[in-house]
Design a binder for this molecule. Structure first.
Ligand code: C2E
Ligand code: MG
Ligand code: MG
Ligand code: MG
Length: 289
């Protein structure tokens, strides 16, 4: 009986693997076609200054793949595939240029954040791409932040370090994305000269549930501030989370509670509103304490 059950289990497991392999293979083909046809757009999510009510400090560009024939595929699903196939190089370069082009039309005080994959850092000359994107679009370097994840920094310090230095020399800023979700973020802020940390949604979610995660979050915030870094809290989807991170003194806040990702022109509209539509009743620090 046991053996039989194990057989069924392993059969199910094989089916699941086969299904996923097939699913990924199809997605890979569709992605190749989509890259050729440029079936991508960018969505932009505001990142608010936590001290000035409703002030958009910067905006994160997020890739969207709109497939006319089937339901949209999320970046969480297609980016890893594009990284595996190398398509991220073309896609990422397009996203950088397009984001800079759109940001150029926003009010001057709004800066832009663009995600750069570890694969791009390994396989293309990012400082060169950034220089040409800034030159072609006319976006000032000090309005651009590149968001990188730990996976970029896992690489050889002697290769990555100089690339980051070159980017700084251009005048762009660097943010460590998904901070607190990985292995040793604290160590990376010691080794690499980043300007910002973006605290991952998972750490913020857990910090509300128990004292351990909360203490880690508050410790991480203290260390980041002591190192002179700007702290962004990501994935805020409730008033409790906004209040918690405000109490911890984070500098900037981002999440569905404040605004979903929107189109480039909506960014201009949101920035002109005295208080954005979704902002919970005025200044976060004053109103929610
Ligand atoms: P990320 O850079 O950490 O971006 C934040 C993600 O969290 C976005 O998901 C955003 O829509 C989502 N988000 C924001 N607020 C909330 C919230 O309150 N609740 C929840 N549940 N989610 C929230 P998205 O757009 O699906 O992107 C997922 C990831 O895909 C990004 O994570 C980034 O790693 C990657 N990605 C997206 N666009 C690009 C790109 O142009 N280049 C590269 N290399 N990666 C990208
Ligand atoms: Mg990001
Ligand atoms: Mg993130
Ligand atoms: Mg992420």
């Amino acid at each position: 009986h046991r053996a039989c059950e194990a057989d069924v289990q392993s059969q199910l497991f094989d089916d699941d693997l086969r299904y996923r392999a097939e699913h990924n293979r199809r997605l890979e083909q569709r992605l190749a076609l989509a890259v050729r046809n440029r079936d991508f757009t960018l969505a932009f999510q505001p990142i608010y200054d936590s001290r000035v009510p409703g002030r958009i400090a910067s905006v994160e560009a997020l890739l969207r793949w709109e497939d006319a024939d089937s339901s949209p595929v999320s970046p969480g699903e297609f980016i890893p595939i594009a990284e595996r196939t190398g398509q991220i190089l073309e896609l990422g370069e397009w996203a950088l240029h397009e984001a800079c082009r759109q940001a150029r039309r926003w009010p001057n005080q709004i800066s832009l954040a663009v995600n750069i994959s570890a694969v791009q850092f390994l396989k293309s000359d990012i400082p060169k791409l950034v220089r040409s994107a800034l030159k072609e679009t006319g976006l000032p370097a000090d309005r651009l932040t590149l968001e990188i994840t730990e996976s970029v920094l896992i690489g050889d310090v002697s290769v990555i370090g100089p690339q980051l230095d070159k980017l700084h020399a251009l005048g762009v800023k660097l943010a460590l994305d998904d901070f607190g979700s990985g292995y040793c973020g604290i160590n990376y802020i010691r080794q690499f000269n980043v300007d910002k940390v973006k605290i991952d949604k998972t750490l913020i979610d857990e910090a509300l549930k128990g004292p351990r995660a909360f203490n880690i979050l508050s410790g991480v915030c203290r260390i980041a501030h002591d190192c002179g870094l700007v702290i962004v809290a990501e994935g805020l989807d409730s008033i409790e989370k906004l209040k918690m991170v405000n109490d911890l003194g984070v500098d900037e806040v981002q999440g569905y509670l404040l605004s979903r990702p929107v189109s480039a022109s909506e960014i201009t509209t949101l920035s002109q509103a005295i208080l954005p539509r979704l902002w919970p009743s005025g200044a976060p620090r004053d109103a929610i304490s």
